[in-house]
Design a protein around this ligand. Structure first.
Ligand code: HEC
Ligand code: HEC
Length: 218
């Protein structure tokens, strides 16, 4: 029964994305989605958990609505292919382009909102003061993401946002949006607005982004 319901949801998402004209789920056939689910179960579930809901300190959620709405297919494909060096995320180039594409289509079938990656990725780059960004980072972010952004390896519950494996694959718009809105049902709460973990200004958020970018250059 559950499996049936999921298939129906998947098909709804296919229609939605076909209309929105973006995202791999738009072109995915039921056979591709089935293959993607199988490949996910074999290769990813051990860390990312069933339905890719993630587990603090082990692996992030991949079906999180905020992530799905801002991540491009390119981001997913390249992250899965290359993994993230110096983290627990291994490379999966051996699954081939079609295998990885099927997994991304399966992940996308959980999306309920249209994909905004093109808009997010064309936002201007961050400009700011890395010294101020470091202060915010040390005060607010380091407990979860590690003092130098090494993520779980440093014992936190957040991912390695100071390492090239993440930074080289995301735009400043992607980072900005994540800091603003957070990721629902995870420990990453939004950091802007009255309900946020903090209420950072746009400028302060850009200071943090510039600081993060400086970490990857060391
Ligand atoms: C209470 C813990 C916590 C705090 C504090 C926190 N984060 Fe996070 N952050 C997380 C978790 C957990 C995730 C991944 C969500 C998941 O597990 O699915 C995350 C994800 C992210 C991501 C996306 C990374 C990726 O791999 O896609 C960015 C960017 C980010 N956080 C930036 C920040 C910044 C900048 C700060 C400080 C201003 C901050 N976070 C504060 C826990 C935290
Ligand atoms: C051995 C554990 C492990 C396995 C197996 C694994 N991952 Fe990961 N994955 C991780 C960890 C840990 C991270 C976070 C790395 C970091 O700190 O930046 C991650 C991050 C990711 C991200 C980035 C998410 C974000 O929030 O930015 C994607 C996408 C991803 N994994 C997809 C996959 C897929 C698809 C598979 C299977 C083909 C897979 N992973 C298998 C541990 C794993």
């Amino acid at each position: 029964m559950l499996a049936h319901t999921r298939t129906v949801c998947g098909l709804t998402a296919v229609v939605l994305f076909a209309m929105a004209g973006s995202g791999l789920a738009g072109t995915a056939t039921p056979a591709t989605l089935k293959k993607g689910k199988e490949l996910f179960t074999e290769n990813c579930k051990v860390c990312h958990q069933a339905d890719a809901i993630g587990k603090p300190g082990v692996a992030p959620s991949l079906t999180n609505p905020e992530l799905l709405s801002i991540a491009s297919d390119k981001f997913f494909m390249a992250t899965i292919r290359d993994g993230r060096e110096d983290t627990g995320m291994p490379p999966f180039a051996h699954l081939g382009r079609s295998g990885i594409k099927a997994i991304v289509a399966f992940l996308r079938s959980h999306a309920k909102a249209p994909n905004r990656a093109d808009t997010i990725n064309s936002e201007p780059d961050a400009h700011g003061d890395p010294r101020l960004g470091k202060q915010w980072y040390d005060n607010i972010c380091s407990t979860c993401h590690g003092v130098e952004g090494q993520g779980y390896e440093a014992g936190g519950t957040g991912t390695a946002i100071g390492l090239p494996g993440f930074l080289n694959k995301v735009s400043d718009g992607f980072i900005r949006e994540t800091i603003r809105n957070g990721r629902s049902n995870t420990r990453m709460r939004g950091l802007q607005g009255p309900t946020g973990l903090a209420n950072l200004s746009d400028r302060e958020i850009d200071d943090i982004i510039v600081y993060l970018r400086s970490l990857a250059k060391n």
